[in-house]
Design a protein around this ligand. Structure first.
Ligand SMILES: NC(=O)c1ccc[n+]([C@@H]2O[C@H](COP(=O)([O-])OP(=O)(O)OC[C@H]3O[C@@H](n4cnc5c(N)ncnc54)[C@H](OP(=O)(O)O)[C@@H]3O)[C@@H](O)[C@H]2O)c1
Length: 286
């Protein structure tokens, strides 16, 4: 299938490639890791985005949080500022399917916060129906959000990073991107393969470019509890809590891994198996 080029790998942190603003102790080890100061998270009103905001705030990041449900963002801002006095948390309403608004909000937040160090392209939609069965509106909505929305976010993030000469672009793909998926997953899985290839292409573009220190991380979550899968995946033993799943995401992001399946167990071996499984077996997963 069309995903063979993007082999999952856990790459190592490359000290010195990027000049972070300061250092902080990490919760998962005794060492000191470099961290960036200002992180923009899209889709921060629920699920993985909101929990990433909580965990990155605990690591000492200033945060720019965007989504359409700004009331949720306001509540999260209040919670984060109460838990971490002294941190800066900016929130903005943003629909990522509006490319003009994406550009405006990303550049405005970059200016307001004195430079964005990291942008996490997380906003996503999981609606879908088998192709050709009348669910084209849901499939199109998912493609518009996950494909064109992600493209707009990457364009704006990379504009900012190119201006600054540095940055860390993180995209949230999915383990489902490893293969074409049947049923309601077809468009969603294809959209997540797009996001992963987009990120790899950007990495190929900037790697080794003189004067640019830009890292690109693609995260492939397995099943992590969130609003998206509340009603879809009910009782799989592979589902982990939002907190546990996001802890694995934060570790991978802080390591600046190129590609990370999260949580690594059992999703790294599942991801490897998915690439070679016969389609008759893959289709049962949809
Ligand atoms: N949870 C999992 O098991 C899992 C697995 C693989 C990949 N993922 C990916 O993880 C990311 C986060 O999803 P989640 O699981 O946390 O689901 P979620 O709780 O439903 O969160 C989705 C987020 O995306 C935002 N969003 C959706 N459409 C948007 C739009 N047009 N403009 C701006 N924001 C939009 C939503 O905010 P508003 O509605 O307020 O705008 C919400 O904050 C998604 O990209 C998803 O595909 C999740």
């Amino acid at each position: 299938m069309g995903y063979a080029a993007n082999q999952p790998e856990v790459s190592t942190f490359r000290p010195g490639q990027y000049a972070p603003s300061r250092t902080a102790a990490t919760p998962w080890g005794s060492g000191i890791l470099d961290v960036v100061t200002t992180t923009l998270i899209t889709g921060a009103s629920s699920g993985l985005g909101a929990e990433m905001a909580r965990q990155f705030a605990a690591l000492g990041h200033d945060l720019a949080l965007v989504a359409r449900r700004v009331d949720r963002l306001d509540g999260l801002q209040t919670e984060l500022l109460a838990a971490h006095p002294g941190r800066r948390v900016e929130v903005r309403a943003l629909d990522v399917t509006d490319p003009v608004a994406v550009r405006q909000v990303v550049h405005e937040l970059n200016a307001a916060m004195g430079g964005l160090d990291r942008v996490i392209v997380n906003a996503g939609l999981g609606k879908g129906a088998p192709i050709g069965t009348g669910g084209d509106a849901a499939n199109r909505e998912t493609a518009q959000t996950n494909v064109l929305g992600a493209l707009a976010q990457c364009e704006s993030a990379m504009e900012v990073f190119r201006q600054r000469g540095q940055g860390h672009l993180v995209v949230i793909s999915s383990v489902s991107a490893m293969r074409g998926m049947p049923k309601a997953m077809t468009t969603y899985a294809a959209s997540k393969a797009f996001v992963a290839h987009l990120a790899e292409g950007i990495r190929a573009e900037v790697m080794g470019e003189p004067g640019l220190a830009i890292d690109v991380t693609t995260v492939y979550p397995g099943y992590i509890r969130s609003e998206m899968n509340d009603r879809v995946v009910q009782d799989t033993p592979l589902m982990v809590s939002t907190e546990e799943g996001v802890r694995a995401i934060v570790v991978a992001v802080e390591k600046r891994a190129h590609n990370a399946l999260v949580p690594p167990w059992p999703w790294e071996p599942i991801g490897r198996a998915l690439k070679v499984l016969p389609l008759q077996l893959v289709r049962r997963l949809g």
